[in-house]
Design a protein around this ligand. Sequence first.
Ligand code: ADP
Ligand code: MG
Length: 572
Amino acid sequence: MPDLHDLRSLCARLDGAPYPAYSQLKGTWDLGSATLEVVWIQGDPYAAPSVVTVRLAPDEVGLPAALRSTEPRRRGVEAFLARALARYGDGGVEGSGRSGAVVVQDPGQLVEPQSAVTLDDAGGLTARFRLGLPARGRRILGGAAAELLARHLPERIDATLRASAHSPGDLKRAAEVSEDAAALREALPGAGLVAFVGDGALLPRRSGVDDRPLDAPDAVPFESPPGLRVTLTAPNSGAVTGLGIPAGVTVIAGGGFHGKSTLLRALERGVYTHAPGDGRERVVTLPDAQKIRAEDGRAVTGVDISPFIDGLPGGRDTHRFTTPNASGSTSQAASLVEALESGARVLLMDEDTTATNFMIRDRRMQALVPPEFEPITPFVDRVRALHDDLGVSTVLVVGGAGDYLEVADTVVVLRDYRPRDGGAAARAVVRDHPSGRASGPPPPRLAPAPRTPDPLTLDPRRGRREVSVKVRDHRLQYGDESVDLSAIDQIVHPGQARAVGAALAWVYRWARERNDARPPTMKELLDALDALQHDHGPVALDPFGAGEAMAVRRHDVAATLNRLRSLSLRSP
Ligand code: ADP
Ligand code: MG
């Protein structure tokens, strides 16, 4: 295998040559403590940087076996090392366009499977990222290339990817925090819970655009109320106390600005594990919890929203409801039914982002608009059946809609960011202040019929490109379409959005190659994607091998697919 010396001399020979001559770098190089594989070379210095893979043998990584003895431990260490590799700084090399750029996917606060840094069973490590090969105009800068590849890169690897570069305590914490979070999450069903917020958690963030925790003196640490306190056991921390949110219907109430939405947002994120120091390390939610909100203007394709909305003016059918431009209530109904279809077991809603007429209808409005002229069965009349018939729990933030107190199993009241058990008070309020609402006839049973997307409508081609998937500013450019992801609240990292794009492209190919007269139903294709990620990890959803993917949940793939404006269905 050619070594550092050969790499330097090739770079010297390439100096001044036209940019495409960089293709001679393709192949594998021995950097001493690691190997460098140059996988793909960019066409010019302004294009997306070139793709490389770096591999370290187990003894070069030097990770104690205990730090990778379980899946969650390994995942914690992988995310820790990816973060270190991403944050080491730039390549110290200048030139035109993206010359000298080192682009490593930073997992941020998340500890989820990602493709930038992975460990294998023997303790060897693979890192995938992009390097901007240096040029002046379209001429190769040989000296800068040697500096980037033969000096900066080995230095960066030594300083970030070897266990010896880090304090043993930090590495251990990365492994243990991840393992504890996974154990707490796994303990939820057995304890009859859908979510858990550990005492001492710091929920507020620095700002709406900064996911780091609010600084300690300003943040009120979470403290569970005695009535709702539970104790779970984690392998490294032992007994952990906190607020347990039981299965059923839970209302989070409280005055404005007392921390309701912040708590719900932490529960949304609780489907993911967070890094040490995040503040939400011990906030865990069942993995199948899906945030539901109103999103007027979204596209809806063939969704049976009739259990919520039936008898629209003009005899419009809501058993297979299709629109390019949903209203607040129809968008929320569709998102809810779609979540049930993808297998959600917990629904999370915040009054701040719901459609009022979907959520409630009080006695005065019932009196003004007779039932035969009201197409909507409000969610307050369905939420119990959702749990009693289907076993689907709901956690709902409410500041104004007191009618929900009547249907809640659990009421948490926030005051000055501190939760209280509001159950007894809520029952007294319900008794002393009857809502006076008429209960209509029991609405039809909620059982979404399986839908079969037409795989041809998932075509990822664009112009001459076989697969065109790009993510920018909460939008996914997929083939000829641009999908707005901003209302899919649990896609929180660009790597997840990229993985969704790759997942849809994979489904397109898979469904066509399946050689089956019948295309897969939505459930079947989501199952196939789960199996793919289970077997190969997010590397399978990283089409360029550039370490740019992060694991993505089936619900979020479905939510994106359901928003494609070109989506069409096969008839059942
Ligand atoms: P609500 O939904 O009840 O109106 P929010 O959750 O939006 O309230 O919180 C209001 C403000 O209080 C936000 O700026 C949030 O960051 C801050 N906040 C929330 N929880 C805490 C806490 N535990 N400590 C300090 N500030 C908090
Ligand atoms: Mg709020």
